[in-house]
Write a new protein. Structure first.
Length: 152
């Protein structure tokens, strides 16, 4: 553990990983974040996407209905050289406060299975196709809900 605290005797790869961990300064509180223009800009982009996609509308909480809280998640995204690429802010529901059957009946996350990705890469290699990676912004905003959900 001493080596990791001082950085002595680390391999080049370990030294780079330690540097990335130490230089990553993602804010952990909202109060810390609003002091920074770059993080306020990231939050504004997230709110704009939510409003543009008409994800929610402002309303009064009906009597007897429980709301779900939300919180901000902040992450510094690095490029392939380990340099800061962008700051991302996401407004997420505090789903951990929900109870199965009472608040929800199923869970769905739009993710690709690893075997599907492998198949597509194998097909692309076989057919000589080009492969591009992309980041789907606000993918969760396109889910279909059959029930009303109230967030606070």
């Amino acid at each position: 553990m001493q080596d990791y605290e001082t950085g002595e005797n680390l391999s080049e790869e370990e030294d780079l990983n330690a540097m990335i961990i130490l230089t990553e300064d993602d804010p952990s509180t909202f109060e810390e974040t609003v002091k920074s223009n770059k993080w306020r800009d990231a939050m504004n982009k997230e709110i704009e996407a939510i409003e543009r996609n008409k994800t929610w509308m402002l309303t009064t909480l009906p009597e007897g209905v429980k709301s779900i809280g939300v919180k901000w998640i902040f992450k510094t995204k690095l490029n392939e050289n380990g340099e800061i690429d962008k700051c991302k802010a996401r407004l997420v529901a505090k789903g951990y406060a929900q109870q199965y059957v009472i608040d929800y009946a199923e869970v769905y996350a739009p993710v690709a299975r690893l075997d599907t990705i492998r198949l597509i890469i194998a097909l692309a290699a076989q057919e000589g196709w080009s492969i591009f990676q992309l980041d789907v912004k606000s993918a969760f905003l396109h889910g279909e809900l059959n029930e009303e959900v109230f967030v606070q």
